[in-house]
Design a protein around this ligand. Structure first.
Ligand SMILES: NC(=O)c1ccc[n+]([C@@H]2O[C@H](COP(=O)([O-])OP(=O)(O)OC[C@H]3O[C@@H](n4cnc5c(N)ncnc54)[C@H](OP(=O)(O)O)[C@@H]3O)[C@@H](O)[C@H]2O)c1
Length: 297
């Protein structure tokens, strides 16, 4: 199977690459807007992995690359993920998170390839208090959420062979909350962390395994995929320091004490119901995945 990954140098793209390299029958075309090093993957078989520059907002570039390499599946990990920056520049966010998906979906459909789009809990307003399932009403409150939802729409409209996978609170090989907390703990004895937003920290390892399982089973559709359980950012920070044995004190605070340009959902716990009903939910409890991640970094 030939898999083309866009945004391959991001957190999820890197993890998916490692996961794909575990399988003998997967050939990889890694693409990203910027340059990146593929030597770090230590792949002996040079035919197994290729690197190509691809800007998903360039329609011609997308069509040319997909026509040239003819992948069986395109997994889109490219996105404008800086939630606050999106708020001040929705036009650019729309180009990357929505229009890019239109181009990818049209180009994959033209060659009969599958497309995977990774989406977000920000498509919901976060005003509820029970875990959200795939059929719950969407109501994005931010430019990031709106453009990601438009991306979901373009994907579904333009390629019937799609998988749309919504995740949340992602951490992996890149900048994320875990690394920020560890860095802050080096210079702070006390940290204030928001305790009135709930979600589920999710390791890119769990998400990458689920995406590959869906693709292998050709289980097209809309999915929620986070680790299991729920917590606040305050609980998340406390758990990070507990696992690492760091004695930085964590003090709970409210969202109002940390005003940001983009509104954060108060409750965006996702339930992986469609996964439970199809290929099975292989994600772990969030604390277990976090422990494994912290041991690794
Ligand atoms: N991170 C989270 O907490 C979170 C939560 C829910 C959902 N998600 C979704 O999960 C997916 C993966 O997120 P992630 O954290 O792995 O993202 P990430 O680390 O920000 O990686 C995104 C990658 O896409 C690249 N990119 C940006 N614009 C591009 C373009 N026009 N063409 C091609 N590549 C482009 C970025 O390059 P540059 O760095 O050079 O811009 C980066 O390498 C995204 O769809 C995101 O919306 C993430």
């Amino acid at each position: 199977m030939k898999i083309l990954i866009t945004g391959a140098n991001g957190q999820l793209g890197r993890e998916l690459t490692k996961e794909c390299l575990e399988f003998k029958n997967i050939e990889l075309i890694l693409t990203d807007i910027g340059d990146f090093d593929i030597q770090k993957y230590n792949c002996m078989d040079k035919n197994k992995i290729q690197k190509v520059t691809l800007d998903i907002t360039n329609e011609t570039n997308v069509a040319e690359v997909i026509n040239e390499y003819k992948p069986d599946v395109v997994i889109n990990c490219a996105a404008h993920t800086a939630v606050d920056k999106c708020e001040n520049d929705e036009e650019n966010a729309y180009k990357i998170n929505a229009l890019g998906l239109k181009y990818l979906a049209i180009a994959t459909n033209a060659i009969g390839a599958d497309i995977v789009q990774v989406s977000t809990d920000y498509v919901f307003d976060g005003d509820g208090n029970t875990p959200l399932i795939e059929t719950d009403n969407v109501n994005p409150q931010t430019a990031y959420g709106r453009t990601k939802l438009q991306g979901e729409g373009f994907t579904a409209e333009n390629n019937p062979k799609h998988y749309i996978v919504r995740t949340a609170w992602l951490y992996g090989d890149g900048n994320n909350f875990v690394k920020t907390m560890l860095k802050l703990s080096e210079t702070n004895k006390v940290l204030k962390v928001v305790n009135d937003q709930k979600g589920t920290p999710t390791s890119t390892v769990d998400l990458a395994k689920v995406i590959l399982k869906l693709v292998k089973n050709k289980a097209y559709g809309l999915y929620h995929c986070t680790c299991k359980g729920e917590c606040t950012w305050y609980d998340f920070a406390k758990e990070i320091f507990k696992i690492k044995g760091i004695d930085t004190e964590v003090i709970p605070c409210t969202t109002d004490e940390f005003p940001r340009p983009a509104k954060r959902p108060k409750y965006s716990v996702l339930r992986n119901l469609a996964l439970e009903n199809s290929v099975g939910d292989i994600t772990r409890e969030w604390e277990e995945s976090l422990k494994e991640y912290i041991k690794r970094i």
